[in-house]
Design a protein around this ligand. Sequence first.
Ligand code: FNR
Length: 560
Amino acid sequence: MTNVPSDRNPNDGQPRPSYDRIDVPRSDAEVKDLLQRTIEAANNSVVVTDMRQPDNPIIYVNQGFKALTGYDEDEILGRNCRFLQRHPDGTMDNDQAAVRAIREAVKHGRYARVVLRNYRKSGEMFWNELYLTPIEDDDGAVRYFVGVQNDITERVELNQSLERRVEKRTNALKEQRDELEHAKERAEAANRAKSVFLANMSHEIRTPLTAILGLADVIRAKSTDDTFEEHISRIKAAGSRLMDTLSSLLTLARIEAGSMDMELEPATVVDVALEVTELFRSNAEENDLSLDFHVTPDARDAVAQLDAGALNSALQNLISNAVKFTDSGRVEVRVYTTTYEGTPYVAVDVEDTGVGISEKFKPFLFESFSQESDGLTREFDGSGLGLAITKQLVEAMNGVITVDSIIDVGSTFTIAFPRADEHERPTQEAPGTRPVDDRDARVHLVEDNDNTVFLLQNLLGDQIDLSVSLNAADAVQHAQNEDFDLFLIDINLGAGGSGVEVLHRLREMERHATTPAVAVTAVAMPGDRDKLLKQGFDDYLAKPFEADDLIEMVNRHLEA
Ligand code: FNR
């Protein structure tokens, strides 16, 4: 067998027969006959129209066209192809971009490819992929058009169903996104509503509470004997407890709303820890517990970036819990330094010999309103917010909190903060002083609440020249005509206006352009202090306040 590689057809590996051995049609008649038979037998549908006859009629169709449309030859020949656009209801379905494209192609004697809706004789719709090709005569004028049709219904419907699925999916995703968006908006609105509610509630509770606690002080000061000492103490204790719960709620709401503005600055941990421990000394003694405080030498000056108020609250929660949950034995507070993953920390342990925490409860320990009980009885006082707040506060100061506990043996809570010892030890603030120093001072109080006015008159009335306006208009009028050394201004004057308005009017007056003005308010929401200072107040005193704090503040501004 001869092997001539150049003669091989690369596709089938068989030797290619030489061209002159193929029997090709020799005459035109033979070629025509061959072509006609080929077209006739083709699976595609073929149609030829004559451009020179009126309305471009069909002069030839193959069997493929008949099979595709269901019409017989005598129903087809001599007609324009548009009869395929006739809807079973008798109307013409010719408002299709494809029909307009064919019209243009035919008009200009151009090639075209379109896909359009057509109808078989049976009335069934099909998608027709139509190729139009002009055939020119010897003069270059278009004499015939050849049309080749394919039924692509299956392909189009598959595409359409895919498109519908994609569209459905896209719509579903869009709906989900919209729903999420709405949920977010609703959550934000709810959060704002919560803040407003808390601000209002805070105001509503703090204002009367200020009066209750303050007047208890007044009664104590004016009593000549001890008849009511116990009653007063109880009023003060219950009021303070209510204030604590209120503060805890507000703190938690602030932390959860992400609006807790912590002011982190270098603070000596041992100072805060000692101060808080001492707060609980009498409490521990009443319960026959020993309360010990230890500090290792290297922790004496250990400083961390803290918000002293926040650390104070966190430790108060831990130590008060330790005292509350320990029947006998001791509570020990230890301050020491340690290193974790190469970072030096200053840590505080609060250890007790109390009831301990069950394994079952440990996972929920730091959640809001959690208290270990059967859910019906509450064995111990408290709102169950303390540990949730403590954890949030500690973490907001970049600290960590851990707990180690054995039931009926005791618990140790540890909080630790990265050390920041290169900072200087902070200086101590001067303590408050009892009587007002400047007895001739003229102080003007703007306050609409009778109880608060009565309280301040009792606390300050004997010591300074205190005058009062019950609303904004009254205050402005007084200020226009009189000199004062200090203004104490309530912010929420009810229908009588706003303290901020009063301040702005004061600042417009030459005589009070720089007179110190203190906002005295039960509005104690996140950022309120800063907001009021930004508005131009020189200071801020939250209700309820201790008598000493008020006097200290008054002194500070009268001296300045
Ligand atoms: C067509 N036309 C056509 N129309 C249709 O709906 N289905 C078809 O299969 C075909 N096939 C076809 C083949 C050839 C060769 C030509 C020249 C045309 C189009 C139809 O005849 C007509 O041109 C269009 O309907 C636009 O013109 P009218 O209806 O606005 O005159």
